[in-house]
Each structure stands twice: as C-alpha cells, then as structure tokens.
Design a binder for this molecule. Structure first.
Ligand SMILES: Nc1nc2c(ncn2[C@@H]2O[C@H](COP(=O)(O)OP(=O)(O)OP(=O)(O)O)[C@@H](O)[C@H]2O)c(=O)[nH]1
Ligand SMILES: [Mg+2]
Length: 675
C-alpha cells in the first residue's frame, strides 16, 4: 500500500556505531544544520541535547536511546541516538526495531573495529537500509582511504561512496559530491559549491565512474544506454540510486565532521531520501503481517522506550507504526487487553517534552502516565488481535548478588531496582533462593557500575556486590533405618512421639518420596501428614553440611504414640529428628547443579569456545553447524559459569548467544565444596 501523500512525511533514523565515533555529536550537528538549534552543545561539557543524564555526563558515553527530530524540506525525521558501548546494545536493537534507516557512524581515525562489525550485523538482521557516515575527518590521524577499504571488507561490493573528503586532519577542506561532480567547502557563509580542485581530479574521476556503474546496473535500460556510451542524466541517476539505497542494494557512504559541521546538511538530505516506509512486522491472529506506514490506516503504536522523569513521572516513547494519533485517542494494549487512555501527546527534543496535537505514521510520540505499558507493547484499537513479540531478551553477561548496607534494606533495594528495570529492559532483578539475596543480571561491568550509581543518586541506596552463591545440595550416602524419639514432660501436657523410618537414596533430581507403611495404628492416621512434614522440613533446613537435602525416600514403618501427650507438632519434631540422625549416621554427598549450556557462535570462533568450555569443567554433548554458525551443547557445572556471558562476548566480539538451563545434579568436587 502506498502511504497517503496528503499527510506530512514522518520517518525514524537510528544513529549506530561503536562508542566515541561521534553519534551524539552528529545528532547535535544535524539539529543545528536543519535549523532546530542555533549553536551545538558539546559532549565534553554535558551540554548536548542527548547527553544530559548525570551518569552519561560522568562517563561521557551514551547509555540509552535519546532523540530529537529534524525537519528536512517539510519532512520530520526523528533521529535516535544510541549508545555505542557494547553493554548497552539492547538499546541499539530497540532503536533498529523502529528505524526506517540506520546511519552506521564510523570514525576516520579508528575505522572498522570489532564493535563496528557487531553493530553492522545488528542493522542487517533488523533489515534496515544503512547509510555509512565516515566522521571525524577533521581529526588528527584521520584516514579516509584505509577506513573505506576496511568498510569494503566488511560490507562488500554493495558499498558505494557518494562523497570523498577534500583533505584530512588539519587540511580537511570540504567534500566532493561524486554524483554532481562538484566540490563543496564549508566556511562562515555556509556551504560553497565549486569545481573539483585539480589535485583531486584523478581520484574523483575514478571513484565516480565506479559509482555510476554501480547505479546503472540497477536498471536494465540505463545499463544498455551506458554501455553504448551515453551518460544518463542526473535525474535518472538519482532516481535509480534512491531505489537501490532504499532496497539495500547499495550501501552509500557519506563523509564529514560533526564537530566542524561539514557534510551534515548533505547527510540530512540523503537520510530524507532513503527514509522510505519500511514495513514493520507484527503478529496478527498468529500470522506475521507487515504494516506499512500509512497515516490513513488503523492506528497501531509500539512502545520502545520508557523514561522515568523525576518531575513528569513515567513517560512511554512510542513509534506510530501506522495511522494518525491524536492527543485524546483511546487505545487497547494488545498484551494486557486493557484500555489505555492518552493524556496529552508530545515529542522529545533531547530531554524536553514538546506538546503536539497529532502524530502521523512514522512519527515518534512521548506520552506520560501510561503506567501499564512496557517496552515492546503494541497499542491498537479494540478488536485487533496483535502481538509484537519483537523485544528479545538479551543474554545477561554477568550476575551479581547485592548486599545492603544494613539489614532490612532489601525491600528498598528491590523497589529501586524494579524502577530502574522499567527504564532499562537489559537489567533483570531476581531473588536468589539459596543466599536469600537480590541478584541482578546485567550486560557487563560498565552496566553494573552505572546501575549502582543510579541506585545511589536516584534512590539513595548504597549496596555492595558479591558473586551470586552457587546452589549446592546434599543427598544421603546410603540406605538406613532411623528412629526419632520425642519425650518431654514440662508440667501440664507432655510431648510424646516415636517414629521409625526407613531412608533410601533416590535419583537426586527426584527430590522426595514419602511412603506410609504403618500397620495396626502404631502411628494414628491423623499424625501421618505431620511425619511427612517433619521429614520435608528437615530436608529444606539442610543436612550436616548445611545444604538442602534432595533425593530420598522416607518410609514410615513403625512408631509409638500416647493418648494424651501426642500431637501433630510432636510427630513433626520426631520425624525431623529421625531424618537428621540418619543423615549424621550414614553421611551425605554434596551435589552441584550441572547446567545445559547452548552456545551459538559464528563458526570461526568454535575452537575458542570449546577451549573455554573445557577450562570450565564442561562436557561437550554435541556440535551442530548451520551455515556460518555453530551451536555447541555442553554440560557445565553452575559454579564455573560465573562471567561466562562476558567471556563469550570477548571471544566472539559480541556475536555469540547462550542459553543456560538446569540439567541435573552431580557430586561436587572438593574445590567447589570448600569455596
Ligand atoms: N575531531 C572530531 N571530534 C569529534 C567529532 N565528532 C565527535 N567528536 C568527539 O568525539 C568524542 C565522542 O563523541 P560522541 O558524540 O560522544 O560519540 P558517541 O558516538 O556518541 O559515543 P557513545 O555515546 O559512547 O556511543 C567527543 O569528544 C566529541 O567531541 C568530529 O567530527 N571530529
Ligand atoms: Mg553518544
């Protein structure tokens, strides 16, 4: 369906790339170049539109999606700035979910690095057309040629420079527009167009002809005419180029400097050209349907970010997938099926909320007080059975247990963490049943540090961290008979119960069986349940080595009771005593949890992954190959998996995934039991 032309065009652009390449600075420069701001702020001074969060200012890196719109010829492009640091790549994925086009920002100083590769693959997997912007050409040691060759190795023959820099570093003067065949210099009076300086003529001619060839092969009639020696008109070339860029057949390269505002106006126009409707996949009645950005279609919104503002409260940022939203719209949350009433409509300009009346398909709107909407939710009209299913939970790289500064802080810490997790879908909070401590799953050391800083600044909560405890168990070493005898006379009623149990080991995973084999009422019926409870309580309480007991069958074979002094409590206590005595007598074996670890990595990293697993006492069960990826399944003790996610990320430059689940229990070696 062709989007209606009667509405203004609104599209979304994601800036992605490794940390420090200048994405936040580029967003600032784009806003200035299109008239949204008079002067750019600076990352170093914490004065940019998208770098005002105190932790971002402190670390001088972006930590989450931030945004501001730019207007290009009446079209509204919402530019999403994303963090480059790998711990925050969940945010990059969220931005790519909603973007119509992605700008892969690369610095001409450090070119293509492992993180660049990761982000390029994320953009490819999201199916978004990509524009490469080579930034920092004004910086010392900038090298366009080597950056371009590295990009060619990564992206392949679809890469096509549309521009060349004139000079580099201190001698960086401007941009050569290959299609228009002209030079553009940036002085105080704005961009100046002129002929190509003679020093650049030869290289310009060479790169230009390969660009023209790349364009004409995209259109059969142009190819024919080109081969006959005719040079197609600029309009014809531009039309075919636009089509090739939108379809991803050509990955264009633009260049410049965000800090010196060189080439930024041109990038804005290029983005406007490429930011065409990308059909957004949603699930409707169980089938995947692509929704085109049609402002006249049914309204569908998708939440991709939550901000908890100290003054405004909870703000949900949503993309208008299709339709037109007005500030009084009433919608249904496809996940909860409950109605969500909007109270006002805004867009975000950095940290500012700017009120608006309407948002068209492709727009990004921010709405306060939508307390039940979480990242990934779809809002639509009642009667449509949709689900997004698009927010994949990232694999946590690191888990740590938190210890409050004083006892009883746990509730306060948990509340604060849950508030942080609302804004940060990569942060997971859970309760460790063994240590009874709060455990958080994070994406790495920097993510952990930022989370602890936010706890302190926003909630005044101070915590220390420790590795989460490894869950150990005990099981009885051999079968035996046990007797529990309780006989107390302390004035009034006494307490009297005797139980005779037969205890046998079972498979440790079959945690507990109880058999009643009493004959002749030696233990009256009403106390049998209490005996069972007593055994279970003693198991949970722990064996002689202090771990919960699993894997045994207790058979009640005999016992004694007293018509006045016996009670449920007495039988429960006697049963607990009986089991404890048995465990002491025959001894216990300590068990550890063996996890089944399924690791998916690009095949070239398979060897390193297998080595790493063997160091972790892992036993490889199988390896499967699927095209360029390898899937390794291994049994690994839980005690060896601390920081596995981080190590895998290091080995694979962030391109590995892992799933971990409990498989069985096995005897733990001394090194683990004495930890
Ligand atoms: N010389 C030069 N420096 C630049 C340019 N663009 C950005 N910088 C500087 O590079 C540093 C990092 O810039 P940012 O804009 O914060 O980089 P980023 O890509 O947003 O980094 P993350 O948020 O960590 O992903 C800052 O000190 C900028 O001033 C540029 O075009 N030329
Ligand atoms: Mg940034």
């Amino acid at each position: 369906m062709v989007p209606s032309l009667s509405h203004p065009k609104a599209r979304t652009v994601a800036l992605v790339g490794r940390s420090g390449v200048g994405k936040t600075s580029l967003l600032e420069a784009l806003v200035v170049a299109t008239g949204g701001l008079d002067r750019p702020g600076k990352v170093e001074e914490g004065t940019t539109l998208c770098g005002t969060d105190p932790e971002e200012r402190k670390h001088q890196i972006s930590l989450g999606i931030a945004m501001a719109p730019v207007w290009v010829g009446g079209d509204k492009l919402t530019i999403l700035d994303t963090p480059g640091f790998i711990d925050f790549h969940g945010e990059v994925e969220r931005a790519l979910d909603v973007a119509d086009v992605a700008v892969l920002v690369v610095s001409a100083v450090d070119g293509v690095q492992a993180d660049t590769v990761v982000v390029w693959h994320l953009a490819r997997e999201a199916g978004v057309p990509v524009v490469v912007f080579v930034n920092c050409l004004d910086a010392e040691r900038a090298n366009f040629e080597s950056t371009l060759s590295a990009l060619e190795r990564l992206i392949g023959p679809t890469l096509a420079p549309l521009e060349l820099p004139m000079g580099e570093g201190a001698s960086f003067e401007g941009i050569i527009d290959l299609l228009a065949d002209e030079a553009i210099t940036y002085g105080v009076g704005g961009p100046q167009h002129g002929p190509i300086p003679s020093g650049f003529a030869e290289i310009e001619a060479r790169v230009r002809s390969s660009l023209l060839e790349a364009i004409v092969v995209g259109d059969d009639s142009l190819t024919e005419r080109y081969l006959e020696g005719e040079v197609p008109s600029m309009e014809e070339l531009e039309a075919v180029l636009a089509h090739l860029m939108v379809s991803g057949t050509i990955v264009p390269v633009a260049c410049g400097s965000a800090i010196r505002a060189v080439g930024i106006d041109r990038l804005a126009s290029l983005l406007d050209e490429i930011a065409e409707s990308r059909p957004i996949p949603v699930l409707e009645d169980g089938n995947e349907v692509p929704l085109s950005r049609d402002s006249d279609a049914d309204l569908v919104l998708r939440a991709f970010k939550v901000i908890v503002d100290p003054y405004v409260g909870r703000i949900v940022v949503m993309e208008v997938v299709s339709g037109t939203i007005t500030s009084d719209a009433s919608l249904v949350n496809a996940r909860t099926k409950s109605e969500e009433r909007l109270h006002g409509l805004n867009y975000l300009f950095g940290s500012k909320l700017i009120p608006i009346d309407k948002g068209y398909a492709g727009d990004v709107v921010a709405v306060a007080k939508l307390n039940n909407v979480v990242v990934g939710d779809l809002l639509t009209r009642r009667g449509r059975n949709m689900s997004g299913g698009l927010v994949s939970a990232p694999t946590p790289a690191l888990s740590v247990a938190l210890v409050g500064s004083s006892h009883g802080d746990d509730d306060k810490i948990a509340t604060a963490l849950h508030r942080l997790a609302e804004e940060d879908p990569s942060l997971r909070v859970r309760h460790d049943p063994v240590s009874r401590r709060l455990v958080i799953d994070v994406m790495g050391d920097v993510h952990l540090q930022v989370t602890l800083e936010r706890l302190r600044r926003r909630f005044n909560v101070e915590v220390a961290t420790t590795p989460p405890s490894v869950e150990l168990f005990e099981t009885i070493a051999a079968a035996c008979d046990a007797e529990g005898r309780l006989k107390k006379q302390t004035g009034g009623h006494g307490q009297y119960a005797v139980v005779n149990l037969k205890i046998e080991p079972l498979e440790p995973t079959a945690s507990f069986e109880f058999v009643d084999a009493v004959v002749g009422g030696a233990v009256p019926r009403q106390y049998i349940g209490a005996v069972r409870n007593g055994v279970e309580k003693a198991m949970t309480h722990g064996g002689p080595k202090g771990h919960p007991v699993v894997g045994l069958r207790a058979t009640l074979v005999d016992g004694k009771h007293h018509s006045v002094d016996s009670s449920e409590a007495a039988f429960e206590t006697a049963a607990s005593m009986g089991l404890r005595a048995a465990l002491e007598e025959v001894g216990t074996t300590v068990l550890e949890r063996i996890m089944v670890v399924t690791t998916t990595v690009p095949s070239e990293h398979l060897g390193d992954v297998l080595n790493d697993l063997s160091v972790r006492r892992g036993r490889v069960i199988g390896t499967e190959h699927e095209e360029l990826t390898a899937v390794v399944t291994a049994h690994v003790p839980e005690a060896e998996l601390h920081r596995y996610g981080l190590e895998l990320r290091n080995i694979t430059s962030g391109r590995g995934h892992v799933r971990i689940a409990l498989h069985h229990l096995a005897e733990a070696p001394k090194t683990v039991t004495s930890r």
